[in-house]
Design a protein around this ligand. Structure first.
Ligand SMILES: [Zn+2]
Length: 331
């Protein structure tokens, strides 16, 4: 059994869920309450082996299904997601593009957010996705059914999307969602131009086989902005990224993805999970600082570096390598 220091545990992507749930307990409960009411925190191993436990913990601790206020980020880019999950709207001169739809229950919430901003879900001309897991792809079927919006998906995630993720290498049969027919199949580097917005899709596999990083090129008041939506770099509890890999080639996929993400130099970055890019903090600062609050190239760089480090630590762990240098660094 490999004993991990709390810092080392923290450094693993998978542990962020546990850290968050521990924090929220300590913030809302006094020490005496915490002793009697705090639910047992599952171990890493339990989360790795029990998909449903992982899902139940994550959806609650990370507020995946709680409504949130929509907000304009920059120019045509708006946040329309839930408290925990990043869903985004591009309001172009030729119609709306919706990125991500959260959990299966989130469809009406997102539609409401779109209306609150003064747009009509009926005007969605295209839907796109980060990766085909239940917390981002859950309500595409709802939007197709209600508003007839077509869906574009990276080729390697099409089977997942069209089966409700029944073919997932980790979550098949556990994290299913209403299947959504794909109308346009994307390849690495494909560009979608709609009005004044240019969206580029990069295949960044690892987290799923077809995980897609999106880059939006926009110009606001004569100033160009590169907005990145990085995806694919994280691994969940129970993923095997090196030894007995979750799928053949996953190690190389992750490393290529990290490299590709490092090459990007966005001005603004947003993500599928709001805690990654500090939606709450940035939107608060934006009330006084405007768009400058969202400009965060260094935050992006650190985020990718953290994902890469966590991954390489995981590889070492699976391969049984003791990282003497890393141990020193964390004590
Ligand atoms: Zn996922």
């Amino acid at each position: 059994m490999h004993a991990m220091t709390p810092v080392k545990l923290l450094s693993r992507t998978a542990a962020c869920l546990l850290v968050l749930s521990t924090q929220s307990q300590s913030q809302t409960q006094s020490p005496s309450q915490a002793g009697s009411q705090a639910p047992a925190i599952p171990t890493q191993e339990q989360l790795a082996n029990d998909n449903n436990l992982f899902l139940a913990m994550a959806r609650k601790a990370l507020k995946w299904e709680e409504p949130d206020e929509p907000v304009r980020i920059v120019g045509p880019v708006y946040f329309v997601g839930t408290k925990g999950l990043g869903c985004f709207l591009f309001a172009t001169s030729e119609g709306l593009v919706l990125m991500n739809t959260g959990m299966p229950s989130s469809g009406p919430m997102i539609a409401d957010s779109i209306r609150k901003l003064g747009f009509r879900p009926e005007d969605i001309k295209l839907m796109i996705n980060g990766h085909a897991h239940v917390d981002h792809a859950g309500a595409f079927a709802y939007f197709k059914e209600q508003f007839g919006a077509p869906l574009a998906v990276m080729r390697e995630d099409v089977a997942a999307m069209e089966s409700g993720d029944k073919n997932d290498f980790k979550y098949a049969d556990d994290f299913v969602y209403p299947a959504a027919k794909v109308d346009r199949i994307l390849r690495d580097g494909d560009v979608i131009r709609m009005g004044d917005v240019r969206l580029t899709a990069y295949l960044t596999p690892g987290h799923t086989r077809g995980a897609t990083t999106w880059i939006a090129d926009i110009v606001v008041d004569g100033k160009p902005y590169l907005v990145a939506f990085p995806d694919g770099a994280g691994f969940n509890p129970g993923y095997r990224v090196a030894r007995n890999p979750s799928y053949p080639g996953i190690t190389d996929d992750y490393r290529r993805t990290h490299h590709q993400l490092e090459m990007l130099k966005p001005d603004i970055w947003l993500a599928q999970h709001n805690e990654y890019y500090d939606l709450a903090g940035k939107r608060k600062r934006a009330e006084t600082e405007g768009v400058n609050a969202w400009i965060d190239p260094e935050g992006y760089r650190q985020f990718i570096a953290g994902k890469k480090r966590a991954f390489e630590d995981e590889v070492d762990l699976e391969m049984g390598v003791e990282k003497v240098a890393a141990e020193k660094g964390t004590k």
